[in-house]
Design a protein around this ligand. Structure first.
Ligand SMILES: Nc1ncnc2c1ncn2[C@@H]1O[C@H](COP(=O)(O)OP(=O)(O)OP(=O)(O)O)[C@@H](O)[C@H]1O
Ligand SMILES: Cc1ncc(COP(=O)(O)O)c(N)n1
Length: 269
């Protein structure tokens, strides 16, 4: 059994962050672990409070995990501050022995800022160079690359530019493009285009967290980066479709993970 680690923030409403990551790990048949970098008081309508984890505690969680259960795959999500981003990067620089997916979480679907501005530099110089794959959405790719993205060609150019930061591959996610759900991967030598049917729904809370967790699982299982994206895209598309059919909360509802085993166990009402 593969062991997966998420280094991210907690979402009290269970739709994004650590909670989405652990649900994804479980649905995909792996053992999930977490290092919590921030607590958010959050629901489908917004974030009302954030408390950052002390950096020593972030490191203590990572030490507890790595000294006993070294993970086969790791993902990072909401790291909240420059200090936490640096702490995570310097720990991983010494101990990482598996694929790493960096989801550069900056702003929640509901609009709340989840990363302090001065952490961008630490992402670019310390964390991203360690990554197997980074998964910015379009606004995140714009901030990290310093260029505007209006078209598929712009997505390609940004992906190539971001790969120069030293990561192995870049997936620019097109969930924020109005007309489709097309993602573009640059794997260091080639571009791969992943076209998804756009599902009409506001229930997209946790899509990025879920996708990056599924990617970490696929990479831990030894898939190539291009095949890992195919597998993870299938997983997130199913989860969005199921979330669209069964709303939770009064705002941007979450995606649902049980679609993956619902066929086997039947209706779980
Ligand atoms: N309405 C949709 N229909 C189909 N696929 C979608 C939809 N919205 C997002 N996706 C897909 O979900 C994945 C996550 O993309 P997205 O751009 O939403 O990431 P994100 O903004 O980081 O997510 P988050 O909402 O967690 O911040 C991508 O593969 C994207 O193509
Ligand atoms: C703790 C945490 N991590 C990540 C997200 C981003 O997810 P989304 O953009 O879907 O709100 C979030 N809202 N909360």
């Amino acid at each position: 059994m593969k062991k997966l680690l998420t280094i991210a923030g907690s979402d009290s409403s269970g739709g994004a962050g650590i909670q989405a990551d652990l649900k994804t790990f479980a649905a995909l048949g792996t053992y999930g672990m977490s290092a919590i970098c921030a607590l958010t008081a959050q629901n489908t309508q917004g974030v009302t409070m954030v408390v950052n984890t002390p950096e020593e505690m972030v490191e203590a969680q990572l030490d507890a995990i790595y000294s006993d259960i070294p993970p086969d795959g790791v993902k990072t999500g909401m790291l909240s501050t420059s200090g936490i981003t640096k702490t995570v990067a310097s720990y991983l620089e010494k101990h990482l022995a598996s694929p790493l997916v960096v989801d550069p979480v900056m702003v929640a679907t509901t609009g709340a800022v989840l990363l302090e501005k001065d952490a961008i530099e630490a992402y670019k110089t310390k964390l991203i160079p360690l990554a197997t794959l980074i998964t910015p959405n379009i606004p995140e790719a714009e901030v990290l690359s310093g260029m505007e993205i209006h078209s598929a060609d712009d997505m390609r150019a940004a992906a190539k530019k971001l790969s120069l930061l030293g990561c192995q591959a870049v997936l620019v996610k097109g969930g924020h493009r109005v007309e489709d759900a097309m993602d573009i991967l640059y794997d260091g030598s080639d571009f791969h285009v992943y076209k998804g049917e756009r599902i009409e729904t506001d229930n997209t809370h946790g899509t990025g967290c879920t996708l990056s967790s599924a990617l970490a699982v696929m990479l831990a299982r030894g898939l190539s980066i291009a095949d890992a994206v195919t597998g993870a895209k299938k997983y997130i598309s199913g989860a969005i479709k199921r979330g669209a059919a069964d709303s939770v909360g009064h705002g941007n509802g979450p995606v649902h993970h049980f679609w993956f085993y619902e066929d086997k166990w039947g209706d779980m009402e």
